[in-house]
Design a binder for this molecule. Structure first.
Ligand code: IDP
Ligand code: MG
Length: 136
C-alpha cells in the first residue's frame, strides 16, 4: 500500500550562507522528493526557541537557537513515499563526522552544530513542524 507522507526540511544558515540551497534542493528532487512548499526566511531567536522547544533542557539549546536564527534559512515541505524516514536517511547522522557517504550532512555539514540541514524525526513531529512554518 502506498504511504505518501510530508516532512519538514530546513536548509540551515551555514548552507544558505554558502549558497548551497539550489544544490541541496536538486538532491531532494533527484531522490524523488517533491518540494510542495518552500520559503526563505530569517527567524527571530524566540521563533527558534519555540521550534526547538523539545531540546530546551539540553546544554546546547541556547547556542542552537542563536544559530538557527543567525541567518537566512529555507524551510520546505517535502513529499514522497515514506518521506519522513527517507529524508532522515538522506540527511545522515546529526554529526557530519559520523554521517554515511552520500548523505547531505556528510557532503555539506561542517560540524555537529553547523550540520546544514534539519528534518522532522517522526510523522507526528512533521505535522507540528509543517504547521509551524506554513500554517495560514
Ligand atoms: P537531528 O537534527 O539529527 O534531529 P537533534 O538531536 O534533534 O538532531 O538535535 C537538533 C540539532 O541540535 C542538531 O541538528 C544539531 O545541530 C544540534 N545538536 C545536537 N546535538 C548536539 C550536541 O551535542 N552539540 C551541539 N549541537 C548539537
Ligand atoms: Mg531532531
Amino acid at each position: 500500500m502506498s504511504n505518501v507522507e510530508q516532512t519538514l526540511s530546513i536548509i540551515k544558515p551555514d548552507a544558505v550562507e554558502r549558497n548551497l540551497d539550489d544544490k541541496i534542493k536538486s538532491v531532494f528532487i533527484n531522490k524523488g522528493f517533491k518540494i510542495v512548499k518552500e520559503k526563505k526566511i530569517k527567524l527571530e531567536k524566540e521563533d527558534a526557541e519555540k521550534f526547538y522547544k523539545v531540546h530546551e533542557t539540553k546544554p546546547f539549546y541556547n547556542d542552537l537557537c542563536e544559530y538557527l536564527s543567525s541567518g537566512l534559512i529555507v524551510a520546505m515541505v517535502l513529499e514522497k513515499e515514506d518521506a519522513v524516514l527517507a529524508n532522515r536517511k538522506l540527511m545522515g547522522a546529526t554529526d557530519p563526522k559520523k554521517a554515511e557517504e552520500g548523505t547531505l550532512r556528510k557532503q555539506f555539514g561542517i560540524s555537529i552544530d553547523k550540520n546544514s540541514i534539519h528534518g522532522s524525526d517522526s510523522i507526528n513531529n512533521s505535522k507540528i513542524e509543517i504547521d509551524f512554518f506554513f500554517k495560514d
